[in-house]
Design a protein around this ligand. Structure first.
Ligand SMILES: Cc1cc2nc3c(=O)[nH]c(=O)nc-3n(C[C@H](O)[C@H](O)[C@H](O)COP(=O)(O)OP(=O)(O)OC[C@H]3O[C@@H](n4cnc5c(N)ncnc54)[C@H](O)[C@@H]3O)c2cc1C
Ligand code: FES
Length: 296
């Protein structure tokens, strides 16, 4: 069943940052009122669709909207990319979920976002700024075509270091090169927050470990219920096992077992590929069916 524009979760704005990354602004006044940095929602596109967790990348309490920034990586995120146009609605959206990011009283903070991780780091950067911290952002992308929200960060942070792998925008280098520059210029950074793919967050935690700077990361294990009941989102943090959906998703990056996290994320690759192929086939058949009707 397709959700109608009359439901509560109407898409009121959309922006495509690239051919894989898109932003949706969804109307939900109560969620916008309650949302805090670091929290996420669980979304269903259709009644029988998969439940997928997505970070609340921004919220506007006055307009009553929340912002999601999504990367089309598999069946559901590609289907959303195709179907979530302005005026359409999501079938369900539950949240805000997870423990809000702890916004400490650190005086100087480095916020690091890699690729899609640039979106979820934004509410934290803004919250640190509002709490009186000097905020430096390091944003990393593969190339200039993938850059988004540069202006938004410039407006909310004290300094911005933009890095691209190929040097097409900002400094040439990996995100860890940007971190090195920031640490050299600001030896008094008290806290680092890093969000991005697990391999990137691992590299960020390794970069700050020798300096013993508190480093928080936001982990993204497979989530099912999002309520701490199924155990799907288990993460090893030091000698403890945590459930990212209720205990996190933010944890001490120096304690997270990233290798275990990456291994667990690959567990369902075969099923995910099969689901995507089934959906692509059904899209092809619909298109072909549609054209033959027109031709006839
Ligand atoms: C707390 C949290 C916040 C997230 N925030 C965002 C966000 O803001 N934007 C965004 O684009 N993505 C976000 N993700 C990842 C997003 O949930 C997955 O990309 C999405 O579920 C993939 O579904 P798919 O059907 O398109 O692809 P699939 O082909 O089903 O999966 C592709 C990959 O996505 C991951 N994945 C699949 N299912 C899940 C699941 N149920 N839970 C978590 N990861 C899954 C796996 O690594 C998998 O290999 C977040 C994940 C978590 C846990
Ligand atoms: S998603 Fe089930 S316990 Fe976290």
């Amino acid at each position: 069943m397709k959700a109608t524009a009359m439901s509560n979760f109407e898409i009121v704005a959309r922006e495509d940052f690239s051919n894989v990354t898109y932003l949706l602004e969804v109307r939900h006044p109560l969620m916008a009122k309650a949302a805090k940095p670091g929290q996420f929602v669980i979304v269903m596109l259709h009644e029988n669709g998969e439940r997928i967790p997505l970070t609340i990348a921004d919220f506007d309490r006055k307009q009553g909207t929340i912002t999601l920034v999504i990367q089309a990586v598999g069946k559901t995120t590609r289907q959303m990319q195709q179907e979530c146009q302005v005026g359409a609605s999501l079938f369900a959206m539950v949240g805000p979920m997870g423990t809000p990011s702890p916004i400490s009283h650190a005086k100087k903070v480095l916020c690091v976002g890699g690729g899609l991780g640039v979106a979820p780091i934004f509410p934290q950067a803004r919250a640190f700024k509002e709490s009186g911290a000097y905020v430096i952002a390091v944003l990393g992308f593969r190339n200039k075509d993938l850059v988004f929200w540069e202006d938004k960060f410039r407006a909310s942070c004290d300094e911005l270091i933009l890095c691209t792998n190929d040097g097409s925008a900002g400094m040439k280098g990996m995100i860890t090169d940007g971190i090195k520059v920031a640490l050299a210029q600001h030896p008094d950074i008290e806290e680092v927050v890093a969000i991005g793919p697990p391999v990137m967050m691992k590299a960020c935690a390794d970069a700050t470990r020798p300096y013993k700077i508190k480093t928080m990361v936001s982990v993204n294990p497979i989530m099912v219920d999002g309520t701490g009941m199924c155990g799907g989102c288990r993460v090893k943090v030091g000698d403890q096992v945590k459930f990212a959906c209720v205990d996190g998703p933010d944890f001490d990056g120096h304690l997270v077992d990233f290798d275990d996290l990456m291994l667990r994320l690959q567990r369902y690759t075969k099923d995910e590929k099969a689901a995507h192929e089934r959906w692509s086939d059904s899209c092809r058949m619909t298109t072909q069916g549609g054209s033959s009707t027109l031709a006839g």
